[in-house]
Design a protein around this ligand. Structure first.
Ligand code: PLP
Length: 371
């Protein structure tokens, strides 16, 4: 819980950088291909209401989400174009999403039955057929098996030309694996087309995410679905910039003697007298508890080492020798004046996970300030 007027920790969302990232990403899309902006997890923690106007301003004509709440937020932000869901949905979700015109994935006969029922009752249905292509094995149809092929024929029977797209999601973008996945997807898509009743010209065949778009490996796809690039998670050397700064404040400054320990379980022992700052941010704000005794907070322009275990709502940083640090001063945990490459490198080392994991966590747990 936080008072928005005096937040204990907050995320600054940089609209200008998202805008610049979108521009760079669109410049990478090969001629004749489409670009879908991925806004799942509330736009990777940045807020759908903030990101949709930028996406619209660039004329992007496809947005992807996962939950119904996200679909609603995209429509509430004034977007009227193609809206696709990136996972399978339950019948209850599918029905509830009809007013928001969400295009659903239909990877099982049950899902096809459900959509066919809705269609029979007059609902406009546009379904995407997700092929597993020996890939993610989460909700795609695997037509490598006879059972899978039978299920595919049954889905085609039930929905026919309400299937407007065939898609897949590559599990790896390492070049040789990407090549193998893309080839298999192509073969499986061809098999589906050979069954009739779908016609290639009327279909959108989409595959590939941010890593696919920046890969040297050419991939057959009508549309790339990209999230990471919009939020500056990849390719700082191509001038993509991080779009979120995580900040907190110094709430106490104290001097502690050599031999004193810092934090729970005494995982850090002071080897000399130190001046320590207590910051009003902890694992409840998404500062992973796993990241103890590592990383820094940027306080008064100095990288101050984080010491000891992260507490629920507090973190301790070493500010020994820094002049002019006062209670109430801001401390930057991620991003800020650091350049993107440094931010990404530091955070990955400090928290031991990918930036998308951190963004979605921070952005959804903390107060957001739009810059
Ligand atoms: C999340 C997701 C994407 C976007 O991935 P990024 O790596 O963030 O670009 C694309 N497609 C599917 C199916 C996804 O789940």
């Amino acid at each position: 819980m936080t008072d928005p007027a005096i937040p204990d920790a907050w995320c600054e969302v940089h609209r200008d950088r998202i805008d610049a990232n979108i521009r760079i990403a669109l410049g990478l899309v090969p001629k004749g291909r489409r670009f879908c902006a991925v806004l799942k997890a509330d736009a990777y923690g940045h807020g759908i209401a903030t990101v949709v106007p930028l996406v619209r301003a660039h004329g992007i004509d496809c947005i992807a989400i996962t939950s119904n709440a996200e679909a609603r937020a995209v429509r509430a932000a004034g977007y009227g174009g193609q809206l696709i869901r990136l996972r399978a949905a339950t019948p209850i979700e599918t029905r509830a999403a009809l007013p928001d015109r969400v295009e659903e994935q239909v990877g099982t006969v049950e899902a096809a039955d459900n959509l066919a029922t809705l269609k029979a009752s007059g609902a406009p249905v546009r379904a995407h057929l997700p092929l597993n292509a020996m890939g993610m094995s989460r909700d795609g149809l695997e037509i490598e098996t006879e059972d899978g092929r039978a299920a595919c024929r049954a889905i085609l029977d039930r929905l026919g030309d309400s299937i407007t797209a065939i898609c897949t999601h590559f599990p790896s973008n390492v070049p040789d694996q990407l090549r193998a996945s893309a080839t298999r997807f192509q073969q499986h898509a061809d098999w589906v087309l050979n069954q009739g009743p779908l016609i290639r010209e009327n279909l959108l065949i989409h595959a590939g995410s941010s890593l696919t778009l920046v890969s040297d490996e050419p991939v057959e796809t009508d549309m790339y679905r990209c999230g990471a690039l919009l939020y500056g998670i990849l390719k700082p050397d191509w001038r993509f910039q991080t779009t979120m700064t995580l900040k907190t404040r110094v709430v106490s400054i104290g001097d502690y003697p050599a031999g004193a320990t810092v934090g729970y379980d005494r995982t850090f022992v002071l080897d000399s007298p130190r001046r320590l700052a207590c910051l009003s941010i902890g694992y409840a704000n998404g500062i992973r508890r796993a990241g103890h005794n590592c990383g820094t907070a940027l306080i008064g322009g100095h990288e101050s080492p984080i010491l000891g275990r992260i507490s629920m709502n507090t973190t301790v940083a070493d500010v020994t020798g820094l002049d002019g640090i006062s209670i109430g001063d801001p401390a930057v945990i991620f991003g800020g004046p650091r350049d993107t490459a440094t931010s990404l490198e530091q955070a990955e080392a400090q928290f031991g996970t990918i930036i998308a994991d951190l963004y979605t966590d921070w952005g959804q747990r903390n107060h957001r300030i739009i810059r």
